[in-house]
Design a protein around this ligand. Structure first.
Ligand code: AQP
Length: 357
């Protein structure tokens, strides 16, 4: 290679994560991902992506067609900014502006084995019973996710618990690439054989799995047909209060200790949400509310949720009113992302043996 290889250094810590612009951003996305993104920026270099290539793996009705996709992409960008992510210090952009994601994903489609991809539970859940009708892209989703992370040679990936299996696959792909091409990597003097890092999932957090308000055994999800199943980040105070008032509970009073929440998924979910929003833990919440009825707890939870979410929603509405300003942030972020992904992809081409004149 003519340029100085970039890969001789050991892996510098770098955080990467993303959110799909499929509309209805909710409390689970916030507590499981976006809130943590904002916390991590104080300790690490971060790359936060809006994964629009992932969004189109589902039918256009799911992501709202071209207009819906643009709106949702800007909405996720606004959520990142409203949650406090500093776009001057860290990189925020939408995935389709950096072609290296798709290019590396193709390479990883050829590294990953069918048996690995066949085990992915998210594909099974999202494809449902009509697998024959699922897009090939939905099946290949985890390989694109591996490319998203590894094209920045990211070392840490904050995600909700639902993404743990995809992170394990990312590590398997990195390891197989490093093994398959180890001799070549060493011969090119790019690294001591470990070209891609084995990225660590950062899943721990106050609420890595927020559940539906209508069914405590199902995760809170953008695609749940019931709007009452989730608190959307753009819900106003009235909607938040209504949804919490109608949230499913059980007839027992709240227990005084966390062990008493076992087998009571709806109660456990509401207590976990309260603790996460307050920055405390379920034991502290139950010390305060244990023995009481749900009605009093729900009213305190509604106040807490409004205090945390309403300012974010208001800021998102303010930001999305100026789409050109958001697009400028994304363009600037994409240029900085390409400056990292471009040289990595150039080395990957060299490692594999693609001739480029
Ligand atoms: N319920 C949840 N609790 C905690 N974390 C969650 N995440 C999603 N749901 C929860 C985390 O949010 C990040 C972005 O998710 P995504 O939009 O990329 O994909 P997703 O997991 O498919 O999100 P949804 O809301 O569940 O959408 P649908 O309904 O389309 O499946 C990820 O870090 C995810 O872990």
């Amino acid at each position: 290679m003519s340029a100085k290889p970039i890969s001789l250094q050991p892996f510098a810590p770098r955080v990467f994560s993303g959110v799909q612009p499929t509309g209805n951003l909710h409390l689970g996305n916030y507590l499981g991902a976006i809130k943590r993104f904002a916390e991590l920026q104080h300790r690490h270099d971060c790359v936060y992506c809006i994964v629009d290539l992932h969004a189109i793996t589902q039918a256009p009705e799911v992501w709202g067609g071209p207009e819906g996709l643009m709106r949702a992409t800007r909405e996720v960008a606004a959520a990142y900014i409203a949650a406090g992510i500093d776009t001057k210090k860290h990189i925020v952009f939408n995935q389709s502006q950096v072609a290296e994601h798709a290019e590396l994903a193709w390479v990883f489609n050829c590294v990953a084995r069918m048996g690995w991809a066949n085990r992915m539970t998210q594909f099974k859940e999202k494809a449902g019973k009509d697998r024959e009708n699922a897009s090939v892209g939905l099946f290949a989703y985890p390989m694109l996710m591996a490319a998203d992370i590894l094209v920045y040679r990211a070392t840490h990936v904050p995600v909700g618990e639902d993404q743990k299996q995809h992170l394990e696959l990312t590590r398997d792909i990195a390891q197989k690439f490093n093994n398959d091409f180890g001799d070549r990597i060493r011969a090119l003097g790019l690294a001591s054989g470990e070209y891609f890092p084995l990225a660590e999932p950062l899943i721990a957090g106050p609420a890595p799995r927020v559940m539906s308000l209508r069914d405590g055994t199902k995760k809170m999800s953008k695609s749940d047909p019931s709007d009452y199943s989730r608190l959307n980040l753009t819900d106003d105070a009235d909607a938040i209060v209504q949804k919490i008032r109608k949230a499913k509970t059980d007839p027992e009073p709240l227990p005084s200790e966390p062990e008493g929440l076992k087998g009571r998924p709806e109660a456990e979910n509401l207590v976990t949400i309260y603790a996460a929003l307050e920055g405390s833990d379920p034991a502290a919440v139950l010390r305060q509310f244990g023995g009481g009825q749900f009605s009093a707890f729900k009213s305190a939870l509604a106040d807490r949720a409004v205090a945390s979410l309403a300012p974010i929603g208001a800021e998102m509405r303010r930001l999305t009113a100026d789409p050109a300003a958001i697009d400028a942030v994304l363009a600037e972020g994409a240029a900085r992302a390409r400056a990292i992904a471009g040289p990595v992809m150039a080395e990957v081409r060299e490692i594999i043996g693609f001739i480029r004149s």
